[in-house]
Write a protein that binds this ligand. Sequence first.
Ligand code: UDP
Ligand code: MN
Length: 282
Amino acid sequence: MAFLLLLLIHLSKRWRTDVLLVSPWLAPIVWEGTFNRDILNAQYRQKNFVVGVATFAVKKYDFPWFLGSANKFFLSGHRVNFYLFTDHPEKVPSINLAPEKRLFIIPVQNYSRWQDISMNRMDIISNHIHSHWRYEVDYLYSMDIDVQMFEHIGVEIIDTLVGTISSWQYTKPRDSNSYERHPESRAAIPHGEGDFYYAASFYGGSVSEVYKLTTACFKGVTEDRANGIEAKWHEESHLNKYLLYHKPTRLLSPEYYWDEELIRPRIIRVKRLSSHLWHLRD
Ligand code: UDP
Ligand code: MN
């Protein structure tokens, strides 16, 4: 009896009983303790996929932690192409990448407002998929550059359409006041609607799904601009609208993007990636 009890305690510590593991539309939610990386790696290796990572370093945004930590922890042992869009390509430090990883530096113009730099990522990604990535990579992930990885982020993130649940959702429930609610905006979500609140700092999926997502979100941004509107959380508001009506096939828990402003609750067992506290914006 005591043995059974100990076994149950052991299992409940290992396997997650403290968090939601499947969304109401049956998409898995990835948490530490819900998968076996060896099994996933063995399956994934047979496919020989190439994953692209799009990231931006414009104006003051530098990249001291991103590339080094991503080289070590992002899909380690698998083929990854990092695409760094920057307005100062000459300042990108040379880095010794793992043999299966490649870095492409792509010059890009800057904009005076950080909001525009952030929002225009959607347009640049959508255009680049059309001109290049659809021939070069199988999956594509967009990531902020002001982050550092601390633990492995592996093939458990690979799926057709992938969103990361915002860390704010597990601290202060922001869901009722974080979506854009003003009906004039193309990002508007009616009151009472919305399921998860997703972070724009890390999303991705198959190249064709990310193309649809970025094209639709940038169309919303452009229509809002024409009407003199900017959604509450910029492209993140448009991303949330899109993912409400085009449900992700897989959700990443906030282990995959932890906001350092917040105190980490016990359910976040591993901090795989987190934002940096200091802001570089103007
Ligand atoms: N960014 C940039 N230069 C800027 C503003 C933003 O390169 O002046 C890029 C950068 O990749 C950054 C991302 O856009 O990580 C999103 O902006 P930020 O991280 O400031 O947004 P937050 O995470 O605070 O929502
Ligand atoms: Mn950021």
